[in-house]
Design a protein around this ligand. Structure first.
Ligand code: COA
Length: 132
């Protein structure tokens, strides 16, 4: 049975093992993963028994902006509704609370997953690609 949790009891090596399965999240070290999680306002995680099978996390100022990062489901468990549960649990504390932006960058090819859940492409989203 899959459970969705938001507690702080999340073993960093298990997060690394999961993220290393996804090309764009590969190779992050334990120390920076721990730092990133501890600085996240909300970390949602999915478990199949004792096995970590999904994550999503939210950065926010608590008033106007919330952004979602590292929405990841173990490839062995994809297409079973787990990504949807992670997304819903990530957004739930922020929706209908006056936030101006609840936003994310979709990984290539994942845009339609987010569109199914109410996200729309923002035509002026921008990202700094080189240091100033
Ligand atoms: C994207 C991801 C989180 C989706 O998780 P998932 O558990 O497989 O998704 P779900 O089973 O909840 O799918 C929900 C719906 O979205 C659809 N969907 C899932 N991935 C999709 C995709 N890449 N393109 C279009 N639709 C997609 C499913 O078909 C399903 O549709 P349905 O409700 O009509 O049956 C998962 O594929 C993943 O972890 N991918 C690798 C990491 C990644 O790139 N994450 C995105 C970061 S921005």
């Amino acid at each position: 049975m899959v459970t969705i949790r938001t507690d702080c009891n999340l073993p960093i090596p298990a997060v690394k093992a999961l993220w290393d399965k996804i090309s764009w999240a590969q190779g992050r070290d334990l120390e920076t993963i721990a730092l990133a999680l501890s600085n996240s306002a909300l970390v949602v995680h999915a478990w199949d028994g004792q096995r970590l099978i999904g994550t999503a996390r939210v950065l926010t100022d608590g008033a106007y902006y919330a952004t979602l990062w590292d929405v990841i489901v173990d490839p062995e468990f994809q297409a079973q509704g787990i990504g949807t549960q992670l997304l819903e649990a990530s957004v739930a504390p922020f929706i209908h609370r006056g936030f101006s932006f609840i936003a994310l960058f979709a990984a290539e090819g994942k845009e339609d997953f987010y569109k199914k859940h109410g996200f729309a492409i923002h035509p002026r989203g921008m990202k700094l690609s080189e240091p100033l």
